[in-house]
Design a protein around this ligand. Sequence first.
Ligand SMILES: [Mg+2]
Length: 291
Amino acid sequence: MTLEWIIFDVDDVVLDMDQLSQVAERAVQDALTEPLGADAAARVYQGLHAAYDTLRAELRATAGGASEAHRRLIARFEGWQQASLQAGHELKQWSRQSLLSVALEDAGLPARPEWVELGARAYWAAVAEGTRILPDAQRAVAAARAAGLGVHFATNSDGGLTFDPASGTYGYDAAEATRQKVARLDALLALGFTRADVTVGDPIGKPHRAFYEAVLTDVAAKAGAPVDPGRVAAVGDSLTNDVLPLMRMGAERGAWILRKSEGPTPAEVPEAPRVWRIRSLDELGRLGFFG
Ligand SMILES: [Mg+2]
């Protein structure tokens, strides 16, 4: 069947967050050096880096059980997100407020909200400053457009949270979280895309079906007609979060990009029919994604 739409995940598919998150973690260390001292700020950096690595490892894993480290981290996030969870929101895995709270605790410090906020602001300022489009993403988007395909972006929540003094934990405002996420996507807009080309996972994010229904609704609004999932391709760096949910809804094909993938690519993913593991978005053309 002919493809009409390609739906790209954003972080580490179009924008290089792997590299940027390390720069941003150093910015947190710099920002916290004044209030905490150099040694404590270095320990916070180490904790932040380790916790982010745990999240990232889980995201890139094949379908299967979560690691013990990931389960423990999520349990601690649940503690820090009591105000948000009690208001009925899903856990925000990627909340830097939660990551920073955990990192401060691991450094033997109280997770004071003013330190968390200072760190989070430094983190996102470094990200906003350094965000660049990956060169193969630029080429893939151009090739898709040249082939007459529509391009849409589906990005998860960053989980922007606000401290709730009453509970001593963090609460959530979907509109504010969306605003914060969109604010760091200027690089996408520079490619000629608009806000209408991006679906953000607030309040419901990946991998939930409700999120991907919102994605298809947004695509249909652009198309001016309902979208047949059988004419959609999914591209992401998480098999479980980005690719498989759309495949289950009938997407025609998928690509799972692991930039540090070992072995020959493209390679079929044994547990996922019509999904290929790739190392570069330049492989999409060879796989027939652009007709
Ligand atoms: Mg991603």
